[in-house]
Each structure stands twice: as structure tokens, then as C-alpha cells.
Design a protein around this ligand. Structure first.
Ligand SMILES: *[C@@H]1O[C@H](CO)[C@@H](O)[C@H](O)[C@H]1NC(C)=O
Ligand SMILES: *[C@@H]1O[C@H](CO)[C@@H](O)[C@H](O)[C@H]1NC(C)=O
Ligand SMILES: *[C@@H]1O[C@H](CO)[C@@H](O)[C@H](O)[C@H]1NC(C)=O
Ligand SMILES: *[C@@H]1O[C@H](CO)[C@@H](O)[C@H](O)[C@H]1NC(C)=O
Ligand SMILES: *[C@@H]1O[C@H](CO)[C@@H](O)[C@H](O)[C@H]1NC(C)=O
Ligand SMILES: *[C@@H]1O[C@H](CO)[C@@H](O)[C@H](O)[C@H]1NC(C)=O
Ligand SMILES: *[C@@H]1O[C@H](CO)[C@@H](O)[C@H](O)[C@H]1NC(C)=O
Ligand SMILES: *[C@@H]1O[C@H](CO)[C@@H](O)[C@H](O)[C@H]1NC(C)=O
Ligand SMILES: *[C@@H]1O[C@H](CO)[C@@H](O)[C@H](O)[C@H]1NC(C)=O
Length: 670
């Protein structure tokens, strides 16, 4: 007994150490950078040294409760580096810290020699300069990001938008020196809610902030009239609106003090400045309670381990290689040691991808089986029991066109999913790369389309659960050695605990360009929103073009409009990837384009079900209806959104692509 106790204590400390060193970082979403190339410094100059000092002091200050800090480094005027960062008003200090730290690392790669730089992420902004920038309003640079799809009733929209933005500009500029940030939401129609956000760097005074915000808002009518979402970003302030909750509503809705039980509630998003005050003591409390709680938890976990460890190790591995039909909770569970050993302790060399849920590693189990290990980031709000239950359910989904979930590891704060390893990369790797493209002849592409359709049909109809994928896209289609399509990331919403009530979720899923209009605008998802994404995928596979790279420039069309135009001009084959020349059956390609267009029709009712899609693909005797003009939603680019359900086993994606690849988060209506 005593011996066992001692071991447990040791284990406890090891676990704590392990936990501290394993804190999963959140990856911020990069937006853009402004480098003033006219002012440059030379390598190893004093300015560079000062800059490094500045970065470390900003990073260490990024736990600042206000999400803002300024700092200077250096003594002699021409070489002094002035810097500041600002985190979006609703993000937690952890996310803020990760964002600022990432920014200080990446900014020197993106702007190697510039003395005057501003870099923006979705979660934070970092600026530095060789002259003082504190308390000085700066609108010298402007960036506009927008969703080019239009709202349905522009007249009433202008009014609602004006009201919302006006109110939050006022509230943000009255925010005091701690935080100048405000959000608000308004009912636009019975189904649509408009969400607005305004924020200044809090070093500005109220008047400057107000002016900056109003300048930003006054851009909306010219840049983005009637657009479904837009933001205007200056160095000193930014404004944004969307039809989905792009900020953490819970965080912004925290009232200054607990309201009396029967009193009228304060407006949904009170000025966040008041948040800091109440937070300090709570934070202190948390700082004390959390370690105690964690220790106790770890102690129990550790204790349980000692007694169960040896047994479990074998269960997990054996069961999985055999591939039992109905996996049990036990057989799915891997212990952290096994996973660490398999991935060489999550070494950087083993990293093969990076998605919204965390990093993905290649691993080799002790029996030689190669697996993909997805280490979920800590933002999962799921309890252990629910997590297990959902994993067990999702692991039961087995189909040759689905990436198989083999098991999970749940220890302390770690939540890890273990998947079969799919040897080739994801479809986007082949489809959009000029060299690799050629490897996908028409036969392979047709087989891939069929495979995706079969996988989706299984999710929608044939499996015991009805799973709506909600984020079907090229990067979520992996290819095995024979170029068979395997869909990944299905069921993530369940596993991640977002499949719940509105109040609990501010994150789920979807990627601009693939989201059906009813999902993007109203948050309504159904099997038919998956069908829409499938249609976009089909058109991408045929054309070899990314839907979401057609963006912004006004004249440019999106893939759906382009495909539709060619269709109405009776030149559907012009859509085809030029590398496909000669190797295809015309009627097959035209039929696929036809099916693709049927799937992206505006009205979900008009879209075929996956059952029908399979019928249409496999039998020419099925007559296809005439497609209606597609929903021209996909034109949007630059919405940058929180986490994406990005590809897992695809080549690891540089963060710079996350703007185009960005995913939307959506409330999960029930
Ligand atoms: C400034 O320099 C960066 C990196 O050297 C480069 O990517 C960018 O295009 C330059 N910008 C201008 C306006 O010349
Ligand atoms: C800068 O310093 C580093 C190490 O101190 C050295 O390796 C490098 O060559 C220097 N670069 C220049 C341009 O002087
Ligand atoms: C920022 O960091 C510096 C030193 O790293 C420290 O002196 C200063 O008090 C910090 N400021 C805030 C607001 O935390
Ligand atoms: C931050 O900015 C204020 C002016 O807004 C200035 O007084 C203060 O010295 C700055 N802090 C640092 C560390 O440079
Ligand atoms: C900043 O650097 C540029 C050139 O690198 C220089 O011309 C300018 O005078 C500097 N500004 C200050 C305030 O030192
Ligand atoms: C949105 O409306 C603008 C004019 O208000 C128009 O130029 C643009 O083509 C419309 N966009 C879409 C996707 O319909
Ligand atoms: C647009 O909204 C306005 C004001 O709410 C209303 O009067 C008008 O009829 C609406 N137009 C359409 C086409 O629904
Ligand atoms: C928006 O509509 C919902 C119900 O449809 C209602 O509960 C809520 O109070 C409305 N919000 C505002 C700001 O009018
Ligand atoms: C939103 O904010 C609340 C309160 O600060 C926090 O508990 C929750 O984890 C946040 N949600 C997300 C998805 O970050």
C-alpha cells in the first residue's frame, strides 16, 4: 500500500511536469501584414537587438488581462524600438498569449528587415516602429475583408447595420483606458442575427478612438454595401460585422456583476471594460484552485493507471489490428505512454498536419502499425465521459471511404484521437498543384468522386448514426495508396462537444466556399448542406480550381458562377482542368458537372440526396433534372474565422494559407 502510494506521488509529479510542458498551443489565424519597406534595418544592428528585447517583453506581457500592452526597448533615440499588441477583446489570456508569441516569431519572417511593421491575426495585432506609436491614432493603412455575397434586403439591412455599428462605436470609445472594445447583436430577420464588433487600441483617447471607428464604419457603404460580412482594419482600430457569431458571445456577455435574480438583464454585450475588474479576484482564485484540482485529478488518474496499465496496453493494440466489428470503450483506449512512444514524444519530425482541432502526428505503434495521431487542442469543452461515448460511436462508423478512427487517449488534459494512417496526402495536395495535378487523370477523379459520394451516403443513410459532416472539402478527403478517397474529420462536431445547445457552442464548422447559403446565413445545417459541399467538391475536382480562391477583385467570378455560365452557354467541357485533355469520356464529365450543379442549387429542397447522387452516378437511365442557378455564395474570400476543421494528414499547411482556407464558426441550431 505504502509503496503504491509512493509511486503514485512520483507519478503525480511527473504528470504535472508533463502537463506543464505539454500545454497545447492554439494557432492564431494569420490575416495580413504591412511592412514599411522604406525604413529598413541591417542584420545585427542595434535596432534588431532592441527588437528582440521588445518581442520578449511583449510576449511576457501578453498575459495582460486587458489584452493590450506597449513596450519600448533601447536607449538611444534612432535605435529605440516601440511596440504594442492588441488582442481581440473576447479572447482568453491563453489565446492572446499564443497569438502574440506566434506573431513575434512570424513577423520577422514575413517582414525581415522592416523597421515599421504591423501584423494582423484574427485574434491579435502586433505593431512596432522606430518612432513612438503610443497614443497616436494611425489610419495610414487600411485593409478591407469581406464576404461578397449579398444580403437579401439591402434597404432594411443598411438600417440595422447602421444602428448596431453606431451603438458599438460609441460604447467602445467610452471604454476607458483598460479596453476599448464592444460587440452587439441585432435581429435582422426572424432567422438572421447580425453580429458587430468594434475595437481600438486602448492607448487612444475616446475621441480619437471614436473617429477611427467611424471612419471604419463609413467605409462599409462604399466597400461592402449589402455584403454578408465585412471588416475594415486600421492599425489603430477595426470594425467588423457578420451574420454568424465570430466572437465568443459568452465572454462578451459577461455582465459587470451578477445581476439580481429578478432584475432586467443588462444588454447582451455589456462594455467589456468592466470585465477586467471582476476578473482579477476570480483569476487569483482560479490560480489557487486549479492546480489543487488538477493535482487531485492526476492523483486519481495516476492511481487508476497503476492498477490497470499493463492489462490495457495489450487490449488496445490487439483489438485494433484485428479490427473488431463493435469496438468497446476498453479496446479503443490507448494510454499516453503508448502514444508518446509511437510519435517519438510528439516530435516535430513526426508532425504531418495542423488542423483546427490541433496538431496531427504520424506514429508507429509497438506492433508496427502506422497511425495518425491527432492531438486535440485544449479548447474542447467536452467532459471525459461524453468524449469517450462519442469516440466509441464514431469509431463504429466503418466504411472504405472513411478514415477509420482507431481509438483515443484521455489522460489529464490530453485528448488524443488515433486514426488509421492514410499514405497519400489529401486531395488538395494533388488537385491544386501544377505538378501533381497530372497524376489525377479522369478515371482517378471519377473514382474519387464516386468514393466521396459513397462515404457521404454511408454517413447520411447507412450508418447507425446519421452524421452530418458539416465541413466536407478537398482538404478533408485523403487518398490511399490506390488513390481511393477517404473522408476525414467526420463526427468531429460530436467528439468535440459542439453538437449541443446554442448556449454552449460558439464553434462549429464549415468553410467559406463550401457552406450552403442556408448554413452560412442562418446556421441551418442538414444532409442537404453536406450535399452542397459535395457539389462544390465535384466542380473543384473536375476543374482543378479552388472555389475559394476566386475572390474579391470585383470582376472575378467564383467557381460556381463560372461553371454555371459555361453550362448555360452550353460549353460545360470548358470547365475541365486542361491537364485532363484527351483522357476522358465526354458524357461522363458532363454528367458529373450536371450532378455538381444540381447539388449547389440555392434551395436545399432542389438538391438531390446522396442516395440519388449515387444513382445518378451509377446509372445512365436516371434522368437528371435541369439545374437551377446555383447559390452564388461561394465568392467570399477573406473571412477569417476561428478554428478550421482542416485537413489532418495533408501536408502541413502554412499558416499563411489560413485566410483562404479559413473556416467559419457557426452556432449550432437545434
Ligand atoms: C516589402 O518587403 C516584403 C518582404 O521583403 C515583401 O514581401 C513586400 O512585397 C514588400 N512590400 C512592398 C510594398 O514593396
Ligand atoms: C550576425 O551575427 C551572427 C551571430 O552573431 C553571425 O552568424 C552572422 O554572420 C552575423 N550577420 C551579419 C550580416 O553580420
Ligand atoms: C511588461 O514587461 C515589462 C518587462 O518585461 C515590465 O516591466 C512591465 O511592467 C510589463 N507591463 C505590463 C503591463 O505587464
Ligand atoms: C506605453 O504608452 C504610454 C503612453 O500611451 C507611455 O506613457 C508608456 O511609457 C508606455 N509604456 C512603455 C513600457 O513604453
Ligand atoms: C526611422 O528609420 C528611418 C530609416 O531607417 C529614418 O529615416 C527615420 O529618421 C527613423 N525615425 C526615427 C524617429 O528615428
Ligand atoms: C452584390 O451587390 C452588388 C451591388 O450592390 C453587386 O455589384 C454584386 O454583384 C452583388 N453580389 C452578388 C454576389 O450578388
Ligand atoms: C425590405 O425591408 C423594408 C423595411 O423593412 C421593407 O419595407 C421592404 O418591403 C423589404 N423589401 C423586400 C423585398 O422584402
Ligand atoms: C431576437 O429574437 C429573439 C427571438 O426570436 C428574442 O428572444 C430576442 O430578444 C431578440 N433580440 C433582440 C435584440 O431584439
Ligand atoms: C468563451 O468565453 C467563456 C468565458 O470567458 C469561456 O469559458 C469559454 O471557454 C469561451 N469559449 C471559447 C470557445 O473560447
Amino acid at each position: 500500500m505504502i509503496k503504491s502510494f509512493k509511486i503514485s506521488v512520483v507519478l503525480l509529479f511527473l504528470s504535472i511536469l508533463c502537463l506543464l510542458s505539454l500545454r497545447t498551443k492554439s494557432t492564431p489565424t494569420y490575416l495580413f501584414v504591412q511592412c514599411l519597406n522604406t525604413t529598413t534595418y541591417t542584420p545585427n544592428s542595434t535596432y534588431q537587438t532592441n527588437l528582440n528585447t521588445l518581442f520578449s517583453s511583449l510576449s511576457s506581457n501578453s498575459t495582460s488581462i486587458n489584452g493590450f500592452s506597449n513596450s519600448t526597448a533601447g536607449l538611444n533615440p534612432p535605435e529605440i524600438a516601440y511596440g504594442l499588441f492588441l488582442c481581440r477583446g473576447d479572447v482568453s489570456t491563453d489565446v492572446c498569449q499564443d497569438c502574440v508569441t506566434t506573431a513575434t516569431k512570424e513577423v520577422v519572417q514575413r517582414c525581415p528587415k522592416s523597421k515599421v511593421v504591423t501584423i494582423w491575426y484574427d485574434e491579435c495585432m502586433l505593431r512596432y516602429s522606430n518612432r513612438s506609436i503610443f497614443s497616436i491614432p494611425d489610419q495610414s493603412y487600411r485593409e478591407v475583408l469581406r464576404n461578397t455575397q449579398n444580403v437579401t434586403n439591402i434597404t432594411s439591412f443598411r438600417g440595422v447595420l447602421g444602428g448596431v455599428m453606431d451603438a458599438i462605436a460609441t460604447r467602445a470609445s467610452n471604454g476607458g483606458s483598460a479596453k476599448k472594445f464592444a460587440t452587439s447583436q441585432a435581429n435582422f430577420s426572424s432567422l438572421q442575427t447580425l453580429y458587430g464588433l468594434a475595437q481600438c487600441t486602448p492607448d487612444l483617447n475616446g475621441m480619437d478612438c471614436n473617429k477611427c471607428l467611424r471612419d471604419g464604419i463609413s467605409n462599409f457603404p462604399s466597400c461592402c454595401d449589402g455584403n454578408l460580412g465585412a471588416r475594415v482594419v486600421f492599425p489603430s482600430c477595426n470594425v467588423r460585422y457578420e451574420f454568424y457569431p465570430f466572437y465568443n458571445i459568452t465572454a462578451t456577455a459577461l455582465p459587470p456583476s451578477p445581476p439580481p435574480p429578478s432584475a432586467v438583464l443588462p444588454p447582451p454585450s455589456g462594455p467589456s471594460t468592466s470585465r477586467g475588474k471582476g476578473g482579477i479576484s476570480t483569476q487569483g482564485l482560479i490560480a489557487i484552485l486549479v492546480p489543487i484540482g488538477v493535482s487531485v485529478l492526476l492523483f486519481i488518474v495516476g492511481f487508476c493507471f497503476i492498477t490497470r496499465k499493463s492489462k490495457k496496453k495489450y487490449d488496445a493494440i490487439e483489438e485494433d489490428t484485428i479490427g473488431s466489428d463493435i469496438p468497446t470503450d476498453e479496446s479503443l483506449q490507448y494510454n499516453l505512454g503508448t502514444v508518446q512512444a509511437a510519435t517519438n514524444n510528439f516530435s516535430a519530425e513526426n508532425k504531418i498536419g495542423e488542423g483546427g482541432f490541433g496538431l496531427v502526428y504520424k506514429g508507429t505503434l509497438s506492433n508496427g502499425q502506422v497511425v495518425a495521431v491527432k492531438r486535440l487542442s485544449r479548447t474542447s469543452g467536452q467532459g471525459a465521459e461524453e468524449f469517450k461515448n462519442e469516440v466509441v460511436l464514431v469509431a463504429k462508423l466503418q466504411h472504405r471511404n472513411l478514415v477509420r478512427l482507431l481509438g483515443y487517449c484521455l489522460e489529464g488534459e490530453e485528448k488524443i484521437l488515433i486514426y488509421e494512417f492514410v499514405p497519400n496526402k489529401s486531395l488538395d495536395y494533388f488537385l491544386f498543384d501544377p505538378q501533381e495535378q497530372e497524376k489525377l487523370d479522369w478515371l482517378k477523379r471519377y473514382k474519387i468522386i464516386e468514393g466521396i459520394a459513397r462515404g457521404m451516403l454511408y454517413l447520411h443513410e447507412d450508418s447507425r448514426l446519421r452524421i452530418i459532416h458539416r465541413d466536407l472539402k478537398v482538404s478533408n478527403v485523403l487518398l490511399d495508396g490506390d488513390m481511393n478517397a477517404k473522408i476525414s474529420d467526420f463526427g468531429m462536431a460530436r467528439i468535440f462537444g459542439v453538437d449541443q445547445t446554442q448556449g454552449n457552442t460558439s464553434r462549429v464548422v464549415g468553410t467559406y466556399g463550401y457552406m450552403s447559403p442556408e448554413y452560412a446565413m442562418h446556421g441551418q445545417f442538414s444532409v442537404k448542406s453536406d450535399v452542397f459541399s459535395f457539389g462544390v467538391l465535384v466542380l473543384e475536382i473536375i476543374s482543378g480550381k479552388k472555389n475559394n480562391t476566386f475572390y474579391e477583385s470585383g470582376s472575378a467570378e467564383d467557381l460556381l458562377s463560372y461553371a454555371w455560365k459555361l453550362w448555360t452557354k452550353e460549353r460545360p467541357l470548358d470547365l475541365m482542368d486542361s491537364t485532363l485533355e484527351g483522357s476522358y469520356s465526354k458524357s461522363e464529365v458532363i454528367r458529373c458537372i450536371h450532378i455538381g450543379l444540381l447539388c449547389v442549387q440555392e434551395d436545399p429542397e432542389d438538391r438531390p440526396s446522396m442516395t440519388t447522387v449515387i444513382l445518378m452516378l451509377s446509372s445512365y437511365s436516371v434522368t437528371l433534372s435541369v439545374p437551377q442557378q446555383p447559390a452564388f455564395f461561394a465568392r467570399s474570400k477573406t473571412e477569417s474565422m476561428p478554428k478550421s476543421f482542416d485537413s489532418d494528414q495533408s501536408a502541413s499547411k502554412s499558416i499563411s494559407w489560413s485566410v483562404n482556407e479559413a473556416s467559419i464558426t457557426e452556432l449550432d441550431p437545434r
